[in-house]
Write a protein that binds this ligand. Structure first.
Ligand SMILES: C[S@@+](CC[C@H](N)C(=O)[O-])C[C@H]1O[C@@H](n2cnc3c(N)ncnc32)[C@H](O)[C@@H]1O
Ligand code: SF4
Length: 462
């Protein structure tokens, strides 16, 4: 008992020490480092060249951003547009199809679609008929990969049986529901009234129809959350046995997400309580046989993400963890991000700008980044750490490793988060709760700059 208590105290101190502003490393280099403008001609060429390689090996992935939501959840940090006017659907889908056709012109062969992910906003804001129109238009002149994986983010309040049936017919087998928190006081404060009955029904209907994988998003650190309330939320959710949980740290970034100014900051849990909320949630997941993959994810043992983790084949991209790797990801829609291995590009973030560019028959890319060879090496280290918990150093860029990375790793090793020597670094069991901090040791852009402005850019690690 005494040993357990000591362990809890130590990990609590560690959580406190490492709760600093750190990127989430869904990309490396991270978005704030990218250039504010991108040369569209160079992006097209990079895309075209990479398409030739990727299409023949693994096929390509599509991320489609569907930004509309009927009401504003005040905590939300996503790119969304609040409206109750459903006439916006058709114009938006037409624009995405036009964008897709512009990319198709760059492809010298029929695209092989390995993954489609509908993100938002709220994809289920769109009617089943409009979603069918969109997906059919994309698949019309494409080949669907034999192991294709189609998924979407669904809002439990508005995902209907008709949505699920239509999407199932189109090949969707995975759904991620935004649950966030079940407590009525928390829900009222975040302006998201979502009876647990809705979550239950949406989950059961998806299963009945044949969806094979269900994820729930939960957030810790929301206003008015308590240890009791989070325990209750996590237990209730586990009673529905989703295959996966994303247990996100609430990212408080009111300077970019203005909705977060609509509740009283004093209602947010303080740093100590937020850490305790994380520990409490994690404890309940582990007690119920969910495996901690690191970076906010808990999965059942028979989930393919867990198999991929065990086999060392897990990957991470803008959509989160994935068991299937495609190196080319195309982002369609407002603010969507594309990854063509040697370059990233993000579409215009405002709908107005997005439509304007599409109307001019221009790719709506706005900002982006072309990776140097050094970036690609360090990106691989970061991918390895977040997906495999281990990485092996190669002979290149030894000076940068010695000057920037190794001193950071030494500090992490002293705290028991990694073991490392001059050949490799291995994340420890304790280190799994600190993956973002460990990735930071390879973030040359951040370490070289060593600036205070990160406080205004990134949310805290825990
Ligand atoms: C696009 S939303 C999910 C789909 C749908 N709109 C919904 O809300 O159910 C993606 C996820 O991002 C997470 N999220 C949004 N804002 C966040 C924030 N400020 N901090 C942490 N997670 C956040 C939520 O868990 C949410 O489910
Ligand atoms: S959490 Fe989902 S539903 Fe709520 S505003 Fe954000 S994207 Fe829209």
């Amino acid at each position: 008992m005494v040993a357990d208590k000591k362990l809890t105290m130590e990990s609590f101190d560690l959580l406190k020490k490492y709760d600093i502003p750190v990127p989430r490393y869904t990309s490396y280099p991270t978005v704030p480092v990218w250039n504010q403008t991108i040369d569209p001609t160079r992006w097209k060429k990079t895309f075209k060249d990479q398409f030739r390689i990727s299409n023949q090996s693994n096929g390509i992935s599509l991320y489609i951003h569907l930004p509309f939501c009927e009401s504003l959840c005040t905590y939300c940090g996503c790119n969304k547009k609040i409206t109750t006017n459903h006439n916006v659907e058709a114009e938006y889908i037409e624009a995405i199809i036009r964008e897709w056709h512009m990319y198709c012109e760059l492809m010298e062969e029929v695209p092989v679609i390995r993954e489609i992910h509908l993100g938002g906003g709220t994809p289920t804001f769109f009617s089943p008929e409009n979603l069918t129109w969109l997906i059919n238009a994309i698949l019309e002149n494409s080949i669907i990969h034999a192991h294709a994986n189609f998924s979407l983010e669904g809002h439990p309040n508005n995902t209907t049986r008709e949505h699920l049936e239509a999407l199932y017919q189109l090949g969707f087998r995975r759904i991620s529901y935004g649950v966030q928190d079940n407590d009525p006081v928390v829900q009222k404060t975040i302006n998201r009234i979502q009876p647990f009955e809705n979550v239950k029904k949406a989950t059961e209907t998806a299963r009945e129809i044949g969806f094979q994988s269900i994820n729930f998003d939960l957030i810790y650190g929301l206003p008015h959350q308590t240890l009791e309330s989070i325990k209750k939320t996590v237990r209730e959710c586990i009673s529905l046995a989703p295959d996966r949980f994303a247990f996100y740290s609430y990212a408080h970034v009111p300077w970019t997400s203005r909705g977060q100014r609509l509740f009283d900051e004093n209602d947010l849990p303080d740093a100590a309580l937020k850490m305790a909320l994380y520990q409490e949630g994690k404890k309940v997941f582990i007690e119920n046989n969910y495996q901690h993959l690191g970076m906010d994810h808990f999965v059942l043992r028979d989930d393919e993400l867990f198999h991929a983790w065990e086999q060392g084949t897990l990957h991470r991209n803008f959509m989160g963890y994935t068991a299937q790797y495609t190196d080319l990801q195309l982002g369609l829609g407002v603010s969507a991000i594309g990854d063509a291995v040697h370059a990233f590009a993000q579409n215009a973030k405002s709908l107005h700008e997005y439509y304007e560019r599409i109307q001019k028959n221009e790719l709506p890319v706005e900002k982006g980044y072309f990776l140097s060879q050094e970036d690609e090496e360090f990106r691989k280290y970061i991918q390895d750490i977040s997906c495999r918990g281990v990485t092996y150093f190669n002979n290149r860029h030894q000076d940068q490793l010695k000057e920037f990375t190794f001193p950071e790793l030494e500090k992490l090793e002293q705290d028991g988060l990694v073991h490392f020597d001059d050949k490799h670094v291995q994340v420890t069991g304790t280190g799994r709760s600190f993956i973002r901090n460990i990735c930071r040791a390879f973030d040359l852009h951040l370490l070289m700059k060593n600036s205070d402005s990160d406080k205004q850019r990134y949310s805290k690690a825990i």
